[in-house]
Ligand binder design. Structure first.
Ligand code: MYA
Ligand code: JJ1
Length: 388
């Protein structure tokens, strides 16, 4: 069934439910001298390239490949449209390796036709912090699908990760592979219901008119929580403490330090937004919310070409009730002209999704670990990790 994945150190379907297998690495590291020194062979029309996203030209090539060939919904109505600034941010965290940003070109034309990336991250699984690669942006040009290029690309990124003495990875996908650590549901909160209905992202509910629908999703112009404000550089230490202490409770979560928080959570226009609650009395930072900007191209609509979506990222509530905190996040997202606010059912998100009028989408997201066994499939609420 899975000719490639059956050969890889990942949990296999036949082992599901076998709690006698130990949690942790599936296979031990090999000596670095035994890691293959040359790249894997590609079919002869193609060659490897390392993509320098700092180069405007290369960043543009990657952007065009993904814009035309990356992830679509099951009815091919929308396609993720990551911006160039977003790609630079996503691929340049603290300690990144340029060699993990891998492209494939056609030798004759030099056209970029495939891409895969890794970035380093410390991820905690139960009590153990493991340095891993987060793998993302795997993409093969539509005209080159089903030629088994993806397995070669996965093996090549694995080799380059191994060369840095890193032996585990985390990744998410919309498809079922051997075997999910957890399976999460996408939820959507309409901010501009008229546009969402016009482009086929959502439908008018039964016994609903357009004006009743617009009224249903109306939000105040101003946030409600006293002390709610945008995160600033001076907040990095307090946000790091708040987030670290919050993420402790999840089975799998990132181990963020101040450098990570500065990179991943300081607001970056049209890339990531972060807000916090500073107590007006004590000036303590008690609550935090964030979302990233990921538009989708609308395929074949006469009137609209992009759907502006905010994706819930990391949120922490210690004092402001979850519903009030996330309602304020919806208010700022609406004010910034997002059409929809998306969230997964990870962490404590279930506590506000229904109340704030999110509805379940038709998409699921499966979380995976490479060369690391977890003995039970996790509930989404046990996951403290959001990948981009
Ligand atoms: S998830 C986003 C993936 N991208 C898209 O969905 C964009 C649109 N689709 C495409 O570009 C292509 O369809 C892709 C497959 C490139 C996805 N993850 O070359 P093929 C397996 C893993 O003939 P194509 C993301 O970016 C498939 O089961 N494997 O197929 C995270 C089959 O293997 P098997 C996948 O359709 C990526 C084989 O590939 C995926 O032309 C994490 C077929 O290859 C998928 N999303 O190309 C990657 N889709 O026969 C793993 C298909 O065994 C990282 N396949 O079933 C692992 C950790 C590595 C680092 C380890 C370090 C220690
Ligand atoms: O966005 C998604 N679905 C939308 C659009 C569906 C269009 C037809 N297929 C959706 N809309 C309903 C919204 C409605 C609003 C009012 C309340 C009720 C709900 O369901 C889905 C997620 O649901 N997105 C995708 O399918 C995109 C791919 C998801 C897998 C991503 C893989 C990520 C790669 C990892 O790096």
């Amino acid at each position: 069934r899975h000719k490639f994945w059956e050969t890889q150190p990942v949990g296999q379907f036949k082992d599901l439910g076998d709690a006698s297998l130990p949690e942790g690495p599936i296979e031990p590291p090999t000596p670095l001298s035994e890691v293959k020194q040359e790249p894997y062979n590609l079919p002869s029309p193609y060659e490897w390239t390392t993509c320098d996203l700092d180069s405007e030209d290369m960043c543009n090539e990657v952007y065009v490949l993904l814009t035309n060939n990356y992830v679509e919904d099951d009815e091919n109505m929308f396609r993720f449209n990551y911006s160039k600034e977003f790609l630079r941010w996503a691929l340049h965290p603290p300690g990144y390796y340029k060699s993990w940003h891998i492209g494939v070109r056609v030798k004759t034309s030099k056209k970029l036709v495939a891409f895969i990336t890794g970035v380093p991250a410390r991820i905690r699984s139960r009590d153990t912090v493991v340095v891993m690669a987060e793998i993302n942006f795997l993409c093969v040009h539509k005209k080159l699908r089903s030629k088994r290029l993806a397995p070669v690309m996965i093996k090549e990124v694995t080799r380059r990760v191994h060369l840095e003495n890193i032996w585990q990875a985390a990744y998410t996908a919309g498809v079922v592979l051997p075997t999910p650590v957890s399976t999460c549901q996408y939820w959507h909160r309409s901010l501009n219901p008229k546009k969402l209905i016009d482009v086929g992202f959502s439908r008018l509910g039964a016994r609903m008119t357009m004006s009743r629908t617009i009224k249903l999703y109306k939000l105040p112009d101003q946030t409600i929580t006293p002390g709610f404000r945008k995160m600033e550089p001076r907040d990095v230490p307090a946000v790091t403490r708040l987030l670290r202490s919050y993420l402790k409770q999840f089975v799998v979560a990132p181990d963020f330090d101040e450098n990570d928080v500065e990179h991943w959570l300081l607001p970056k226009e049209d890339v990531v937004d972060s807000y916090l609650v500073e107590s007006p009395e004590t000036h303590e930072i008690t609550d935090f919310c964030s979302f990233y900007t990921l538009p989708s191209s609308i395929l074949g609509n006469q009137n609209y070409s992009t759907l502006k979506a905010a994706y819930s990222y990391y949120n922490v509530s210690t004092k402001t009730p979850w519903i009030q905190l996330m309602n304020d996040a919806l208010i700022v997202a609406k004010r910034k002209d997002f059409n929809v606010f998306n969230a997964l059912d990870v962490m404590h998100n279930e506590t506000f999704l229904k109340e704030l009028k999110f509805g379940p989408g038709d998409g699921k997201l499966h979380y995976y670990l490479y060369n690391y066994r977890i003995n039970h499939v996790l509930r989404p609420s046990e996951l403290g990790l959001v990948l981009l």
